[in-house]
Design a protein around this ligand. Structure first.
Ligand SMILES: [Zn+2]
Length: 100
């Protein structure tokens, strides 16, 4: 199990979903499904409210979910000389824009 912190001030966007059930769950606040556009990963939100457990497969249709871009995100910031824990994170790194 891989529990990670949510990215503070992340710009929320909706991803392409594997199925209608996933799409519904993401748009329904009663479902603890989280999508990080910056990291391109799906997660199960924990009761702390700022952490989630990364999901590898869709809970409803069983599709393998996209590979997280978390490591590449940190590598890319490091190359720019930005410490994500100490510096302000450039706005394009708060969504999927950094991948474009
Ligand atoms: Zn699905």
């Amino acid at each position: 199990m891989n529990i990670v912190m949510m990215l503070k001030n992340e710009r929320q966007t909706y991803p392409e979903c594997c199925c209608e059930d996933m799409r519904e769950a993401l748009s329904d606040s009663e479902h603890p499904i989280y999508y990080s556009s910056a990291f391109q990963e799906f997660g199960l939100q924990l009761s702390s409210g700022f952490e989630y457990s990364i999901l590898k497969y869709c809970n409803w249709c069983g599709t393998k979910l996209p590979k997280s871009r978390r490591d590449a995100w940190f590598d890319s910031l490091e190359k720019l000389g930005i410490d994500p824990w100490g510096n302000d994170i450039p706005i394009k790194y708060l969504s999927s824009s950094w991948l474009e």
